[in-house]
Design a protein around this ligand. Structure first.
Ligand code: ATP
Ligand code: MG
Length: 180
């Protein structure tokens, strides 16, 4: 499974529609401070279901909608679509290409879809569960996270490796079963 394309419109600093194509190999995003590099990873985390505005570096969810700049007035809708190659059926859905979309209005209303079929947030979370790409997975290491990992205690660091190795979900399930 790999990322094919990210379409952003009205999200944070991206007033106009921006399409990022991911080709084979490593993609690096470069640019001056404040030019919107981190906003791209925020967009990926958001479309994967991130619910915490703070974790997206805002105070409330409305802060992710383009608020306007010197040359352009703000917009009322933010929309992000992430398209993934699923030819190897890594995601448990019978499509070779999977597009997930999220849209939010200033009223706070959110809409989600999978391959243009509107769905619930839960459907998106479920689709990515155990895929290693969910919003909580270590597929995205934010600024400051490396520092946090390096300065953490050995036991805490162990859980990071367990999560990356896919062991944590079994441990979590085992714990749940034991409490029943
Ligand atoms: P650095 O190199 O410092 O990490 P960066 O390229 O990662 O910078 P970002 O943090 O992605 O930069 O982008 C910050 C910019 O996004 C700021 O200029 C900020 O004003 C703009 N921005 C964030 N939210 C919005 C919004 N809702 N509307 C308009 N602009 C926004
Ligand atoms: Mg940044």
């Amino acid at each position: 499974m790999f990322l094919k394309r990210l379409d952003i419109v009205g999200f944070k600093s991206f007033a106009e529609r921006v399409s990022v194509e991911f080709v084979n190999g490593v993609t690096a995003v470069v640019g001056p401070n404040g030019s919107g590099k981190s906003n791209i990873t925020d967009a990926i985390r958001w479309v994967l279901g991130e619910q915490s505005a703070r974790s997206l570096r805002g105070a409330k969810m409305e802060d992710i909608i383009f608020a306007g700049s010197d040359s352009r007035k703000g917009v009322n809708i933010a929309e992000v679509t992430l398209t993934l190659d699923n030819r190897e059926q890594f995601l448990p859905i019978d499509f070779n290409e999977v597009s997930i979309s999220r849209r939010v209005y200033r009223s706070g209303e959110s809409e989600y879809s999978i391959n243009n079929q509107s769905c619930r947030l839960k459907d998106i979370i479920d689709l990515f569960m155990d895929s290693g790409l969910g919003k909580e997975a270590f597929s995205i290491i934010s600024q400051g996270k490396v520092e946090e990992i390096l300065s953490s205690k050995a036991e805490e660091r162990r859980s990071i490796f367990e999560e990356a190795a896919g062991v944590l979900k079994y441990k979590t399930r085992k714990k749940k079963a034991e409490y029943k």
